[in-house]
Design a protein around this ligand. Structure first.
Ligand SMILES: [Mg+2]
Length: 461
């Protein structure tokens, strides 16, 4: 048996996981109070009536589930309400939630639109003297419900993995796994609950007779190491309540930008496919410019309805950021690889890489073309946002030539699939802390806030 000191050192980390309850459905209720108390689900797909992508507790009671067809949901819950997705609003609500969360810990790591981890490891000396973790977390959750109008659940444990499992067990509400209670908590839980465990590993574990963490804990650790490598060792430590890890925020610079789109139907018209590809390239180029980047290389891959593929790439003399140049290169690749092809197009993949910094401030009166293009793009983005808010429409009010051509083509091409609303971690962190990706750079601010929270906690307690 391991010495007690080693174990307690291992159990030191305290990580909180916070997760919005049926987030999209909760957002719809936050946006429209009339929905309060009703069964609500959000439909995905191009028209917002495809499959259920979120359902609230009231709807779940009727058996409405994520992944179910919306008409089926209506059949089993006739009085429920179907909402179309409002991704922009969800992102705003998400950001408000993270704004509250960041005030409660020096380290916040957002992992999805409605989920994040907070590091509570160093709270003992400042916070827990005046309150308990339980009270502190309940206050966070209540504040989010009050200010952001979104119900959240939370789990506190010695690692982010266990904290996530704890939240799932707590939903709706809060649960804390106190140091030393980890193994008991995990004992009868299925290994299936562990995030990132694949079907293959599940099957291999089942072959060893390990269906629960309790079973895993009893297996010899060298056997697991032999079967699964380092992951096996970690799993054994986890099952025994000995896995503890600090919370790490990894914000890597973008090395590539890409788009992968399966068309709504196999497109026989190759010009239409080109128009779509140009519109996607414009979108990617705009994203790069907003991140102050430019690309040296671009590639295009076309997959046909029989799954055969053609592809090509282009390397620019210098890194590029202008739509006109990048689109011209893309069109050339397209014409080159599609000559003589007759099969309908199923999927279009575009990638740009070999990225470098675009070190210019966008200004319309700039001396270089980089500055002026950047300014145009930024102005278009701003106008887009203002028009959208003022006109309250989801459509794109401003379009580039390729986007306009696309619109005139066909309804189904406008928006071939609902884009995932998750803001990548890198962007979310930038929004929270400005361009500075290092949260510790704001340590001073945070310490002031923490002192305030600590005083409040003292006052309330
Ligand atoms: Mg959630």
């Amino acid at each position: 048996m391991t010495g007690k000191n080693v174990m307690s050192a291992n159990l030191k980390n305290r990580i909180l996981h916070v997760d919005g309850d049926s987030f999209f459905a909760s957002c719809e209720i936050a946006l429209d109070k009339k929905l309060l108390g009703r069964a609500v689900w959000v439909g995905g797909g191009r028209r917002g009536d495809g499959i259920v992508i979120a359902a609230n507790r009231a709807a779940k009671k009727f058996g409405v589930k994520t992944g179910m067809a919306c008409f089926e949901a209506k059949r089993i819950c006739p009085r429920g309400v179907l909402c179309r997705p409002h991704y922009d609003a969800y992102r705003d609500i998400s950001q408000k939630m993270f704004r509250v969360l960041e005030q409660y810990s020096p380290m916040l790591v957002p992992v999805s639109i409605d989920e994040g981890f907070l590091d509570f490891t160093t709270m003992d000396s400042v916070i827990w003297r005046n309150t308990t973790p339980e009270k502190y977390v309940r206050e966070i959750c209540e504040r989010i419900t009050r200010e952001v109008k979104i119900p959240v659940s939370a789990g506190l444990a010695n690692s982010s993995r266990l904290a996530k499992l704890t939240t799932d067990a707590a939903k709706p509400g809060f649960l804390e796994i106190k140091p030393g209670e980890e193994k008991d908590f995990l004992q009868d839980r299925s290994v299936r609950e562990l995030s990132g465990i694949g079907k293959n590993r599940q099957r291999s574990l089942a072959a060893l007779g390990a269906l629960t963490f309790g079973h895993v804990a009893k297996l010899p650790s060298p056997l697991l190491k032999q079967k699964f490598g380092i992951w096996g060792t970690q799993l054994w430590l986890f099952a025994n309540g000995l896995w503890s890890e600090p919370l790490l925020l990894e914000v890597k610079d973008r090395t590539t930008i890409s788009s992968n789109t399966t068309l709504p139907y196999d497109e026989p018209e190759h010009e239409a496919a080109l128009t779509f590809a140009l519109s996607e390239t414009t979108r990617l180029t705009g994203q790069l410019r907003r991140e102050q980047l430019q690309a040296r290389e671009i590639s295009l891959t076309i997959r046909f309805d029989d799954f055969s593929e053609v592809g090509g790439a282009h390397r620019f003399q210098h890194a590029q950021f202008q739509n006109s140049i990048i689109n011209a290169a893309l069109e050339e690749i397209f014409r080159g690889i599609m000559g003589g092809q007759v099969k309908p197009v199923r999927q279009i993949r575009i990638a740009m890489w070999n990225l470098s910094r675009l070190d210019t401030q966008p200004t319309l009166w700039g001396r270089t073309i980089e500055e002026r293009w950047g300014a145009l793009d930024e102005a278009a983005q701003k106008a887009q946002k203002i028009l959208k808010e003022k006109l309250k429409i989801d459509k794109i009010p401003l379009m580039t030539g390729a986007q306009l051509a696309l619109r005139q083509l066909d309804d189904t091409h406008k928006n071939p699939k609902a884009k995932c609303p998750f803001v990548p971690q890198r962007e979310m962190v930038k929004k929270l802390w400005g361009t500075d990706a290092d949260p510790l750079a704001h340590k001073g601010d945070w310490e002031k806030r923490l002192a305030k929270v600590s005083k409040q906690a003292q006052f309330n307690g």
